[in-house]
Structure formats: structure tokens, C-alpha cells
Ligand binder design. Structure first.
Ligand SMILES: O=C(O)CCC(=O)C(=O)O
Length: 304
């Protein structure tokens, strides 16, 4: 869907100015957007996970720990794919108020791609170097966006999300280093072209929401404060944007990925500037063979 088509739709929660700001700048900040009721539920679950992490000595499939994590002093980098691990996270990512934000910015259809909870722990939680996201999980278009929710108040000392305004319309940088290894960050020699001196750091009270487009240059400083900065991130794409398998982290995220949440499931996609009708999604089963389909035999033949 193009921007004019998106703007022509009646929004659920965002004003026209907010939508136009996002299209122009590639990011948005919604101060204290998530209601207290939701925040309390999310924080209670996060506390359970922090308690559970005390038993761990090293990172596992769920938790990424900082090197000096200890049972009596947990230090977490990230909880991977929260919706895989707790129904409250799943409910939030699939039905929470952030899905309305995604719909207002993407148009009629919304597909959930993945989620993660970055803790940026008190007293040294690490920086996230300048990067763009689309190189990590390429899609058939550039609609994907990531919506972050600060679970606590976040000020300048705590390493808030920083975004370079307008960078989503600029260069897509090489995230390999000079020796052809994936570094996941923009090379030092390319940074002068990335405009990071213009970066805007998105501070906000608990429940504030950050949105950044998959092409926006973004990153964050270390957390130098004595307070942790839990940021719950979820990525959504337009329903007609498809993740490209066999590149990046597509397919390697969580168990729950590529869930169609809102709008009609499109019967077509656009690739290489050509529009083509596509078969239903049988990736989770139900397909038998071309013979069954063409002879219209059995339920599977008409699945989808
Ligand atoms: O946690 C942050 O400050 C930034 C996170 C981010 O950009 C990422 O995980 O891709």
C-alpha cells in the first residue's frame, strides 16, 4: 500500500499529522501511550522472567545474559521472542494497543514478524551500534517497522533509542565489516554519510512508544544510570510484504513468526516491480499435491 492509500484509511489511534510525520521522518514517539493496566501486566511477567534467569549460568535459547550475570545479581541483555514464552506477551504483540499503531502506519493489513525484550541493564547495559534493520531480515518491500515500548521511564542517561530523521529514505548501508564478516553495524568509515550527528534520542515516560522504519538508521548509547531500561520491541510488516527466506534472520526468529493479524490476506505480491497472484500459505501444512489441487480432491486441495 502506498502512503496516499494508507492516509485515505480512517486511522484507529494516530492523527494525520503523526502518520505524515512517520512517513517523512521514518520514526515516531508516542509519549505514555500504553495504558497502565497493560504496563502492570507486562512488568509482572518480566519480573517472573528475571527471577527465573537467576538459575542460569549462561545464555540459552531464551535469555541472552551479560557476562557478569550472577544468581544474586542478574544482568540480562535480552529475552528472545517473548510471545513464544508467555501468553501475556503474545496477547500484547497480537492484540495490544501497538497493533493499532502498526495498522495506522501500514494500511489495512498487518503481519507480525518477531519480538524481543532488550533490557539494557542498569550501570553499563551495552550500546547498540548504528544500524538499519532491513538487512537483518529482508522483505519484499520496505514497509516493516518496529514498535518499542518503554516499560519504565527512560531518560537521556539510560540509552534511549536514537534515530536519524529521514534516513529511511537514504542509503542502505553495508553491515559487513572491512573483512567481509557480518558486523551488524554501519562501518566507521561510512558513519559520516549516515547523519548520526542529527540523531534524535527518544526519551519518554513508562508506556511511551517508539516506532522506527526498517530502513531508519538507529542505535543507542550504553545505560550509564542505576536504572534498567527494558524496551519491548515488536516488528510488523504490511500484509503484502513477505520475508525473504534463506537471508538473514528470517525463519530463525521465534517459533511464532509471520502471523497475519489484520486485514485481508492478499492473493498477490509485488516483486521486481511485477505484480503476481500467489497461492495460499501452506507453509504450516495442509498441502498435498498439484494432482489433488487440480482435481479438487479433498479438503487440503482448497485449503487456504
Ligand atoms: O535496544 C535498543 O536500544 C535498540 C535495539 C535495536 O535496534 C535492535 O535490537 O535492533
Amino acid at each position: 500500500m502506498n502512503q496516499a492509500e494508507i492516509l485515505a484509511k480512517t486511522p484507529r489511534v494516530l492523527s494525520r499529522e503523526q502518520r505524515e510525520f512517520y512517513f517523512e521522518n521514518g520514526y515516531l514517539l508516542l509519549d505514555s501511550f500504553v495504558p497502565r493496566r497493560w504496563l502492570n501486566r507486562l512488568r509482572a511477567v518480566v519480573d517472573e522472567f528475571i527471577e527465573e534467569s537467576r538459575t542460569l549460568r549462561e545464555s540459552d535459547g531464551r535469555f541472552f545474559l551479560e557476562p557478569d550475570h550472577r544468581p544474586d545479581a542478574p544482568r540480562l541483555r535480552r529475552l528472545m521472542s517473548p510471545p513464544d514464552h508467555h501468553p501475556v506477551f503474545r496477547e500484547f504483540s497480537f492484540e495490544g494497543p501497538v497493533v493499532d499503531v502498526a495498522e495506522d502506519l501500514l494500511g489495512s493489513g498487518v503481519r507480525f514478524h518477531h519480538s524481543k525484550l532488550n533490557f539494557k541493564w542498569a550501570g553499563g547495559g551495552e550500546e547498540v551500534k548504528w544500524h538499519q534493520d532491513i538487512q537483518y531480515w529482508p522483505h519484499t518491500d520496505f514497509s516493516p517497522l518496529t514498535i518499542g515500548v518503554y516499560l519504565e521511564d527512560v531518560d537521556e542517561e539510560m540509552g534511549p533509542m536514537g534515530v536519524v530523521p529521514g534516513s529511511h529514505r537514504g542509503e542502505l548501508f553495508d553491515l559487513y565489516d572491512g573483512e567481509d564478516r557480518w558486523s551488524g553495524s554501519i562501518r566507521d568509515e561510512d558513519l559520516p554519510r549516515a547523519g548520526i550527528e542529527r540523531a534524535v534520542f527518544l526519551e519518554g515516560g513508562a508506556g511511551s512508544v517508539t516506532v522506527h522504519n526498517c530502513c531508519a538508521v538507529h542505535g543507542s548509547m550504553p545505560n550509564r544510570s542505576p536504572r534498567s531500561r527494558p524496551l519491548l520491541l515488536q516488528t510488523y510488516a504490511g500484509a503484502d510484504a513477505y520475508p525473504l527466506l534463506t537471508v538473514g534472520t528470517n525463519g530463525a526468529g521465534g517459533r511464532i513468526t509471520n502471523v497475519h493479524l489484520r486485514g485481508e490476506r492478499p492473493r498477490w505480491m509485488e516483486v521486481g516491480a511485477r505484480r503476481m497472484p500467489v497461492a495460499p500459505d501452506w507453509s504450516k501444512g495442509g498441502y498435498t499435491s498439484i494432482f489433488n489441487v487440480q482435481q479438487n480432491e479433498g479438503e487440503a486441495a482448497s485449503a487456504g
